[in-house]
Structures are given as C-alpha cells and as structure tokens.
Write a new protein. Sequence first.
Length: 174
Amino acid sequence: MNYFEFFDLPVAFKIDEAKLKQGFYERSRRYHPDFYTLESDEKQAEILELSTFNNEAYQTLTDFDRRVAYLLRLRGALAEEGQNEIPQNFLMEMMELNEVLMELELDFDAALYQKAVQELEHHEKAAFEQVAHIIEQYDDKKADPTELSAVRDFYLKKRYLLRIQENLAKFAPH
C-alpha cells in the first residue's frame, strides 16, 4: 500500500492537507502501541509497523518536495539519488551563478551577492511556473509520461537551486 492509499487520498502533487492531517490523527489513535500492550507479540509488532508507516507517510506527504519525489518514484519517473540527470540547458544557465559563488568566496561584494540572490529567486520561480499547471491539475489516472518528466526536471532543478542557495547563505551579511 502506498502513502496516498493509506490516507485515502488521490495520488497527486497537490493534496487536501486537512484530510491528510485528519487521517493522520485518526490512524495515530487507531495504531497507537499503548492500546495493544495486552495483545500478542505478533499483533504488537504489526501495530508498531502501522504506527511507523503512519508517521513516515505523514511526514512525506506534508512536505511538498518529499511528496513530489515520492510520487515520481511511485510512478517510476525518478531514479535513486545520484542516478538522475539534470537537464543540460539548465546546467549551462547555472554556470554564471556558480561563477558568482566562486567570486563571492574569494572577495565578498554586497551588490554581487544581492544580484545572485535575485537571480536565484528568478530561476526558482521560472522552474515552478513551467510545471505549475501540471502540479495543480495532475490526474494520476490520465498521467502523461511527459508531464511526469517535466515535474521530475522541476524537482531536480529545485534541488540544484537549493544547494546553490545553501552555498549563497554562507555569504549572507550578518
């Protein structure tokens, strides 16, 4: 059973967060190990497994990035870490931003830092805008491999931009 099925949610990038939260609390009560202390060892182990699954599923589905990665993996559109290829054209665009990071490392310049922050925000926004309609209207029953591919590319770009953001944060004025 996948995480979406566990919470009776449709497989989607955008979910009903209130229904997810309600389902999590309901299952947390239902599968709380303290209610099964007098049961057999097998039943206790089963409940502990369900309780753990409930927590893992909730943590994954409440976080947008983790939910996107989970759905992509569920549909075979995302390989394991380190086995996915970031689009080459995007990497070419990132060369300039990476060069700015190197410049900042050698000699901090507040104006250059601010320009890099703005460029990073622009790339994040542009990456999302390319797939926003897919994320909003995704129908798993009619899923098109090109849609999943586009969302995968967005996810990989976003992770790459996050690494740049983390590096850029090292130079943030205090």
